[in-house]
Design a protein around this ligand. Structure first.
Ligand SMILES: [Ca+2]
Length: 212
């Protein structure tokens, strides 16, 4: 397939992919996102500094867990899928705001294939419903259009306890729209930790969307 230059991509879509990614990176920096240091690039890309680490540590970032853990992976490379969780008090936790009253985005993968992770520490979940979504932020491949990607969402409650429950869902995402469209995955209600699958889409609140 003929490769497009950046200029051709800009002319075709009206959006500079590099600028889009820069905007997101700047937003992360401006937000003081400590988790940026945990972005798994340094783990998944081979490098001399990883030579002395165990094989598992080279490919698997440490993921927070506890009352709730939402871990997201996807099957296309150079693709940025995002995980969004709305806490019971209404606070959104996602790439621009990586921590709420109880939930934390500790790993945000921006170029595939995950994992990305949001968790609530043991014994700290608020009563009410945590709403779990995924979104398709961008792609950065030399392809005519963004590839459809199959997203796997693994939700675990009460990890490390006898009450542990884990369920896995998939969503097919086809349009990269800087994450404006939120694909519903599940509601998780505490204190019971009940996981209820949800389907459908909603549009992210305007104040939370990436600048265009
Ligand atoms: Ca992401």
């Amino acid at each position: 397939m003929e490769k497009r230059t950046d200029r051709e991509v800009v002319e075709r879509t009206g959006v500079d992919e590099g600028r889009r990614r820069l905007i997101k990176a700047m937003g992360l920096a401006a937000g003081g996102v400590a988790a940026s240091a945990l972005v798994p690039d340094k783990w998944v890309k081979p490098g001399a500094r990883l030579g002395t680490l165990p094989a598992l540590a080279q490919t698997s970032p440490v993921l927070g867990t506890g009352d709730l853990q939402v871990t997201v992976t996807w099957n296309t490379d150079c693709t940025d899928i995002d995980t969004w969780v709305q806490e019971p008090d209404g606070t959104w936790v996602y790439y621009f705001s990586d921590s709420g009253p109880t939930a934390t985005l500790d790993v945000d993968d921006t170029d595939g294939l995950g994992p990305e992770n949001i968790f609530v520490a043991p014994g700290t979940a608020a009563a009410g419903i945590y709403k779990v979504y995924v979104a398709y932020y961008s792609w950065d491949c030399d392809t005519e259009t963004e590839p459809p990607t199959v997203v796997t969402i693994r939700i675990t409650v009460f990890d490390g306890t006898p009450s542990r429950v884990q369920r896995t869902f998939t969503r097919n995402l086809t349009v990269a729209d800087t994450g404006d469209t939120l694909y519903e995955v599940a509601w998780v209600e505490f204190p019971a930790g009940t996981i209820t699958e949800k389907s459908g889409t909603t549009i992210a609140p305007a104040s939370l969307r990436a600048p265009k």
